[in-house]
Design a protein around this ligand. Structure first.
Ligand SMILES: [Zn+2]
Length: 236
């Protein structure tokens, strides 16, 4: 399927703000120990941002809509710092985009995201891709907080992007992609400069060279330390 930035933006905004149905298969056992299927247990869950907000303020936001609100798991007490940080970061980012696009914030972050979506369709493609990258990171943050997704492993190598250099490259083994959570550069199997996606092969080569040079540097440091040690021993 060709990459459609408009559709991707709509999908991201929907996941963040729109209620969706969650189906859970159910079954029971008959007397003869046969498994009998029961109708799926269907619950309507609010959008991801709302669900994160419910962890941050478990009581105050429950009457926001007619949702069958999922109870907050006991492992996630109110005031969960990870959920709070996620919610605050998204709110700040949404506010920054409103300032950039000269919009007035709505009363909830969800409706502000919907407004952002309407406005971004009138902006140029580069701006749209920039917002899409951010929206994807918001969605992923929410999914990690809600335990829908597990955080991708982070590499201990500096980002090769000029001016970045942070050790915040995360790799997705399932999608065979990598991204830097600081500068938001992405790498995939097929390089696509139009989408700002670099080649994962080039990144892998950079990692190999970086590891080689740091290993050489470490070996050098060891050699110096050994020499010093043996020099000290012979002097004693
Ligand atoms: Zn970076």
């Amino acid at each position: 399927m060709p990459f459609d930035v408009h559709q991707e933006l709509v999908d991201c905004a929907d996941a963040l703000t729109d209620p969706y149905q969650h189906r859970e298969p159910r079954w029971t056992w008959s007397e003869s120990r046969n498994r009998i299927s029961l109708p799926d247990h269907v619950v309507t869950l609010p959008g991801l941002v709302t669900q994160v907000g419910q962890i941050v303020w478990p009581s105050s936001r429950q009457d926001d809509g007619d949702f069958h609100v999922r109870s907050v798991p006991s492992s996630r007490p109110p005031g969960d710092p990870e959920a709070s940080a996620c919610y605050v970061d998204i709110t700040i980012a949404v506010t920054r985009w409103h300032v950039m696009l000269r919009l007035t914030l709505r009363d909830t972050v969800e409706s502000s995201i919907r407004q952002l979506l309407a406005q971004i369709m009138k902006e140029d493609r580069d701006t749209q891709i920039l917002l899409l990258k951010e929206m994807r990171s918001w969605r992923h943050r929410c999914e990690v907080v809600l335990k829908i997704a597990t955080p991708d492993p982070q590499l201990q190598v500096p980002c090769p992007v000029e001016g970045c250099g942070q050790r915040t490259i995360r790799v997705s083994q399932t999608k065979v992609t990598a991204r830097c959570t600081t500068c938001r550069q992405r790498w995939a199997e097929h390089e696509d400069p139009a989408k700002g996606v670099g080649s994962i092969g080039v990144l892998a080569e950079w990692i190999r060279q970086w590891q080689e040079s740091s290993r050489a540097a470490a070996d050098g440091a060891w050699a110096v330390a050994r020499e010093r040690k043996s020099a000290g021993r012979s002097a004693a």
